[in-house]
Design a protein around this ligand. Structure first.
Ligand SMILES: [Zn+2]
Length: 467
């Protein structure tokens, strides 16, 4: 087929992926039945989780608040507020645990049964196909991740000292440390982003300028607008971005992140729609890279309390993506194993969540959050919608480290050319092949260690800034 058709050859990667997926299929009748039962099975359970959890409210100091507002208090500078909000939040989840546990059992029961009937060796296997990496890559990455936990525990210990406590509690994970002297208004953010993107390349700087002058970005929060941030491809090489700016470096980082997605869309624009399909593991490369440009520039300019603030912004995010996400992976895998035997009770699910948090945070925390399985919508949709974030962060950081090395050798332009080619080709080959173009072996621990070393340096700087 590939020899006979030019169009087929242009879509070779996609065809090979489809052929690989086709090896894991039930009979056509069984696939048909499974698809028809989806809305009343896992699809229905997932919807129930969304609908129930979005209505939940809790009591905070005599006031009724949506559970999302309770969770947002985790960033309050006052520990009493954070602790009371955490306790109120746990009560809310406890009140809904029977319904939410039924939803989790429903989703994981169906996914696990289908994976086994389709001939996958375990519940992780289908996610590897979806996310476009092989098991050796996942294991090399996770091995390096686990080896970094002692370093992250040093960060948690340092943060506890900064907050004047012997040990961090769960409600302190998002507590602010340091102070920003810069007023990160949206306008200041756009100027900073354009300037720093331009210090990387004119092409990236011009891209940001174009997004600003052509008003591609819906920037501020307003009534009736949803939260969060995302970027979507629009016509031609254009993109549109939704975000909710608040005056913080974190928000400016988000702006850079979403523009990174847009830049990726720009480079994929000449490809056919099928050639643009990018697995989630590679979809976050450009966004993390752009975020790193901004955060490193902010760090270079910062002194004193501001420096601490920038480092805290970086490390708080990295701890989520490296440590917390690994707890979510361990938990999800254990739920699949347990659910294969029978329905799990809310208490059993809580115990698995607590176990997974202890395995990853270790003794760095004095308390855990047994109901995180009720909080995160990811457990109720695509399986293992977690480790691709870690891959994205570490792959983006690793490429950034390569860029810095190339710049020192006076070869920045060569790097930029290869990097643009990689982004343009994220639908043309798998991650391992694309990485090999940079001399990177995703099966070797070295690459992952290199990315984690970037974070280790930030942890050391954070400790030094607090000393
Ligand atoms: Zn993103």
């Amino acid at each position: 087929m590939l020899a006979a058709s030019e169009v087929a050859r242009e879509h070779e990667h996609l065809i090979r992926r489809s052929a690989e997926r086709a090896r894991y299929q039930m009979t056509p009748e069984e696939e048909d039945l499974a698809a028809r039962l989806r809305p009343s099975g896992a699809g229905g359970w997932s919807k129930l989780h969304g609908n129930v959890s979005s209505q939940l409210r809790g009591e905070f100091r005599g006031e009724s608040l949506p559970v999302t507002a309770l969770r947002a208090l985790a960033t309050d500078p006052d520990e009493g507020v954070r602790r009371d909000a955490y306790e109120a939040e746990l009560k809310v989840w406890e009140g809904a645990e029977v319904v939410l546990a039924a939803a989790l059992n429903g989703v994981k029961g169906e996914e696990g049964t289908l994976a086994a009937r389709r001939g996958f060796p375990d519940a992780v296997a289908p996610s590897l196909l979806t996310h476009g990496i092989d098991r050796e890559t996942l294991e090399a990455m996770q091995g390096a991740v686990v080896r970094s936990f002692p370093d992250f525990r040093r960060y948690f210990a340092a943060k506890a000292r900064a907050l004047g406590k012997p040990k961090l509690d769960w409600w302190d994970l998002f507590a602010p440390v340091g102070r920003s002297q810069t007023e990160w208004t949206y306008e200041a953010g756009t100027r900073f982003v354009e300037e720093q993107f331009r210090s990387y390349s004119d092409k990236l700087g011009d891209y940001a300028a174009r997004a600003f002058t052509e008003s591609w970005i819906d920037a501020g929060p307003r009534d009736g607008k949803r939260g969060g941030a995302f970027c979507m491809g629009w016509q031609g090489d254009e993109s549109r971005i939704l975000m909710n700016h608040d005056p913080s470096l974190d928000s400016v980082s988000t702006l850079a992140h979403e523009l990174g997605h847009g830049y990726h869309n720009l480079l994929k624009a000449p490809r056919t729609p099928l050639q643009r399909e990018t697995p989630m593991t590679l979809a976050e490369t450009a966004s993390i890279f752009c975020e790193t440009i901004i955060q490193n520039a902010a760090l270079e300019q910062a002194t004193g309390e501001e420096r601490l603030y920038v480092l805290e912004t970086q490390l708080l995010g990295h701890a989520q993506v490296v440590v917390d996400i690994h707890s979510r992976f361990l938990f999800e895998r254990a739920v699949f194993e347990g659910r294969a035997q029978r329905d799990l009770t809310p208490q059993e699910i809580n115990d698995l969540m607590t176990w997974a948090q202890r395995e990853t945070y270790g003794d760095a925390l004095a308390s855990t959050h047994p109901y995180m399985w009720a909080v995160k919508p990811h457990y109720y949709s695509l399986s293992f919608y977690n480790y691709p974030y870690t891959f994205g962060l570490l792959f983006g950081l690793g490429l950034y480290a390569q860029y810095q090395a190339a710049k020192e050798r006076g070869e920045a332009a060569d790097f930029q050319r290869s990097y643009d080619e990689l982004l343009s080709g994220t639908g043309l080959a798998d991650a391992r092949t694309l990485a090999a173009g940079f001399g990177i072996d995703l099966h070797a621990p070295d690459f992952w260690e290199g990315s984690l070393n970037v974070i280790r340096e930030q942890i050391a700087a954070y400790e030094a800034a607090l000393a």
